[in-house]
Design a protein. Structure first.
Length: 374
């Protein structure tokens, strides 16, 4: 995908965008009280993203923008120094023909192409590329029932260079490699890494196995719930596609009936769920939606400012839309599954859960709200 014409416009438009200093509080045109008047600029952006891009649902576009927020932010290294990348600086949007083409960023071109028009339209001239990505993610997450209202800090300076290749963890990496990469990027602990992986409760993979695009990581990919943590511990029995992708291991729910896809399991998720450094924290998320949401919010707050000093940014959390309420459904074993299918590593007692009724393996809907097209 070529972004050259939009890219040139973005560079010109962003050359005059700078982080605004903090000022006295203000009240926006819609009555929202904010800590700084600059926060008001994000209100029309939230509306535009919600209605025009995400179409008011926790669908594929929302999932992809959330993924972009991580891939942009993780481009930072304490050990390698400033040349490696600026973290959450919008470099994915400012250099759309460079970073998105790194193999670890495969598929990220879609979300870059989705956000570039909002950045270059001239409608939001005060909003930087880094702010566009992280705010877009906060809006996207809020459309998923049960998600927390994320913190959003504004004022990230624009990237002056792309991040180098090799900073994005990949599903075939070992647990040691993944934990080391996160520690180098932002002093994230093993529990922080699991907390960031909460995002996989509303995630799907397009290119891990190209034969099954939009393959979900759990049976409820449009709901922010704890099914991901439960289902990752189920024994794998097969693959949803016709081939095994790099970084893919057997899934517990591989059944596919077009256009729906079976569940795809990443090797990294499988390993982290069973590693002695993370297994108990992983298991502790099951059926604990409030805990899961709180841990995700906390970890995302740190990830979203990698490469920046928190004190240099402005708290604009008040303009992040209120999230969709949760469905109130506890975690359950998918049809045909029960505790006998669990590969438990943590010695703590496993949560007592019921199984969904039915004699057939769960078929995972391709679209939100059981729509036929999306």
């Amino acid at each position: 995908m070529v972004f050259s014409s939009v890219f040139s416009f973005v560079l010109l438009a962003l050359s005059t965008v700078h982080a605004a200093p903090a000022s006295e509080g203000a009240v926006c045109y819609d009555g929202t009280a904010v800590s700084d008047a600059m926060c008001c600029d994000f209100i029309p952006l939230a509306q535009a993203l919600t209605e025009q891009l995400f179409e008011n649902e926790c669908g594929e576009t929302a999932h992809e923008v959330l993924r972009l927020s991580f891939h942009d932010a993780i481009g930072f290294s304490q050990s390698l120094g400033p040349y490696a990348g600026g973290g959450a600086d919008g470099s994915m949007l400012i250099y759309p023909n460079i970073e998105p083409n790194y193999p670890a960023n495969a598929g990220i071109n879609d979300s870059v192409a989705d956000l570039l028009p909002f950045l270059s339209s001239g409608q939001f001239p005060t909003i930087t590329a880094g702010d566009m990505i992280q705010f877009g993610a906060s809006v996207a997450v809020g459309l998923c029932p049960g998600a927390p209202q994320l913190e959003f800090l504004a004022g990230r300076p624009n990237a002056t260079a792309p991040a180098i290749e090799g900073l994005v963890p990949e599903p075939q990496d070992s647990v040691d490699q993944i934990l080391d990469r996160f520690a180098d990027a932002g002093n994230f602990t093993a529990e922080d890494v699991v907390s960031l992986l909460v995002s996989h409760t509303v995630a799907r993979a397009d290119l891990v196995d190209p034969t099954v695009p939009a393959a979900p990581f759990d049976s409820t990919p449009f709901t922010f719930d704890t099914q991901f943590f439960l289902e990752t511990l189920l024994v794998g029995i097969g693959f949803p596609g016709n081939m095994t992708g790099v970084g893919e291991v057997e899934s517990p729910l591989p059944l596919t009936e077009a256009p729906d896809s079976g569940e795809l399991r990443l090797q990294s998720d499988f390993a982290l769920a069973r590693d002695n450094r993370t297994a108990c924290f992983w298991q502790g998320m099951i059926n604990q939606e409030e805990l899961m949401a709180a841990k995700f919010k906390e970890a995302m707050s740190r990830m979203a400012i990698i490469g920046h000093n928190r004190g240099d940014l402005v708290d604009c959390s008040a303009v992040v839309p209120q999230p969709a309420p949760g469905l109130g459904k506890p975690a359950t074993y998918p049809e045909t599954k029960s505790f006998k299918d669990i590969q438990q590593v943590c010695p703590s007692p496993f949560p007592s859960l019921t199984s969904d009724p039915g004699p057939m393996e769960t078929v995972i809907p391709h679209c939100p709200d059981n729509e036929t097209t999306c």
